[in-house]
Design a protein around this ligand. Structure first.
Ligand code: ATP
Ligand code: MG
Length: 380
């Protein structure tokens, strides 16, 4: 049985890109009906002919289909009445005032948490390489090392000696590596002692700080998060701070996937973060002569994707260049872009952008005019 509360929280994760608030809060969801696994939802846009219409419709569909038990979705799009529009603007303004300091991550930035059901499967290696592959495909990308204790991103990206600094506005300026913005606790700490001190002090707040106090580019297309192993607090904190965040799950080809699937599904449910795809890593080893050895089994990625009802975004082979590149601070995607692992990672990045295209920021001029009109009417 699909619960109305789950439907509601899925809809709350659809953010109106122009107003920066969720469509439930904005009063754009008019009616929700459920008939078994079939959900019908009425959405009222500020004006029906808005270019953002498709985008909002697609997001509603995707988020609803991610709710376990929902099999199909009908979306009826309508337009708000004048009175509703006024009320909406009032809510948007109130919200903006209440949450004077939301995160520095722009609502148009796609937030993707790279997670796994167990440790050591290659989350950090893939986060870094996927981020670089996305950048190579022309996107603006940020990478947040959310593994506060066990940070490994600075090493992988060759940022060993760098430290983050505060800018003029006292915001932390991200480091830059191969054209992407990078933030990690490893770029704050000078030595192990300081590290220990920081642990108790700011661990619980670190993610929050990284989202609120870092001067992330306002036009980032994607912000990838390298999640810590385990399925705990960081996921919860992330979904609270950035309700638009979604999860990509990394797994190995071992067919012990069932247990992993259960764990991931549980994590997704508890953190209200939908899983959008699976990447299989360490998918066999191919010798230079072309002989293939499925060292860690096979089929685990596809099985997990099927269990979770999401797409398998790609399968990355075991490749010493992934490990070497990570140790040398020169990731394989950049160091050796034609190697099979780099090609596989680039394909996974492409699949991710197909599923989650960058959010168009060519707003809706009619809507913006309307916003201005309404503000003027309200005496702003
Ligand atoms: N496709 C691959 N081929 C060869 N080695 C790999 C591959 N992917 C990852 N590795 C290596 O496996 C080890 C673990 O990878 P990584 O640190 O990225 O995993 P993780 O999931 O982030 O681990 P943790 O859970 O500890 O954060 C690293 O030494 C890395 O270089
Ligand atoms: Mg890691």
């Amino acid at each position: 049985m699909v619960q109305m509360t789950e439907i509601r929280s899925a809809l709350q994760r659809v953010i109106d890109p122009e107003l920066g608030a969720d469509i439930v809060d904005l009063g754009m969801v008019k009616n929700v009906q459920m008939d078994g696994g079939h959900v019908t939802v009425k959405v009222a846009l500020t004006i029906a002919a808005c270019p953002l219409r498709d985008q909002i419709e697609n997001e509603v569909r995707r988020k609803l289909l991610a709710v376990p038990g929902v099999t199909d979705v009908t979306i009826e799009i309508g337009a708000m009445t004048q009175a509703e529009r006024t009320a909406l603007m009032e809510r948007a303004r109130l919200r903006a005032r209440e949450e004077a300091e939301p995160t520095m991550v722009h609502p148009n930035t796609r937030v993707v948490a790279i997670s796994s059901g167990k440790g050591g499967v290659g989350k950090s290696s893939l986060s870094a390489n996927l981020a670089l592959a996305l950048a190579g495909q022309g996107h603006k990308v940020g990478l947040l090392d959310a593994d506060i204790w066990g940070f490994s991103i600075p090493r992988i990206l060759g940022l060993g000696g760098e430290r983050l600094e505060a800018g003029m506005d006292r915001r932390i300026v991200p480091a830059s590596a191969h054209g992407i913005q990078v933030v990690s606790t490893g770029l704050l700490l000078d030595d192990e002692d300081t590290a220990l001190m920081w642990r108790g002090l700011m661990l619980s707040k670190a993610l929050e700080q990284f989202l609120r106090d870092v001067a992330w580019d306002q036009d980032l297309d994607y912000l990838l998060l390298d999640m810590p192993p385990g399925t705990g607090d960081v996921q919860m904190a992330l979904s609270r701070l950035l309700p638009q965040a979604e999860m990509v799950v990394v797994t190995t080809p071992q067919l012990a996937a069932q247990k992993v699937a259960a764990r991931v599904a549980d994590m997704a449910r508890r953190s209200h973060m939908p899983v959008i795809g699976v990447v299989e890593n360490m998918s066999g080893f191919t010798t230079p002569a072309g002989e293939h050895f499925p060292l860690f089994g096979s089929g685990g990625g596809r099985a997990l994707a099927e269990d979770l009802g999401v797409e398998l975004l790609g399968a990355v082979p075991i490749d010493p260049r992934v490990a070497e590149g990570g140790d040398a601070g020169n990731p394989v995607v950049v160091a050796d872009p034609t190697s099979p692992s780099a090609v596989a990672i680039a394909a996974a990045a492409k699949a991710l952008t197909t599923l989650l295209p960058p959010i168009a920021d060519d707003g809706c001029s009619a809507r913006l005019t309307l916003v201005a009109e309404q503000l003027a009417k309200m005496g702003a």
